[in-house]
Design a protein. Structure first.
Length: 107
């Protein structure tokens, strides 16, 4: 099964050097245990724009979908045999990045 772990933050470019050490160690653990698919950080929400070209509408908002203090600042795509293992990994991810995370299964 595949899962998305989204990092929830209220700052931009907030990973401290100490946090990056922990994140890199978590990433290494994911790789070593066969859970790694992909991980990446995201730019600040101000850089986002919503695009809607349904029926040729050609609409661009120039802003993120939600105007909230908290936003997604990064993500992991992981492979896990079941939801319990994925949840355990999400708890480890939260500790490693020192942020809240959201866990969601992929279709």
């Amino acid at each position: 099964m595949r899962f998305l772990i989204s990092v929830i933050d209220d700052l931009s470019n907030s990973g401290t050097p100490e946090e990056m050490v922990m994140i890199n160690a978590f990433n290494d653990s994911l790789r070593e245990n066969g859970h790694w698919i992909f991980a990446w950080g995201l730019q600040a929400p101000e850089t986002a724009t919503v695009i809607d070209n349904r029926y040729g509408a050609n609409i661009e908002t120039g802003k993120p979908l939600f105007a909230t203090k908290e936003h997604y600042s990064g993500l992991w795509l992981i492979e896990a045999p079941d939801a319990d293992v994925a949840k355990k990994l999400a708890f480890e991810a939260s500790k490693a990045c020192n942020r809240k995370v959201e866990l969601r299964p992929l279709h």
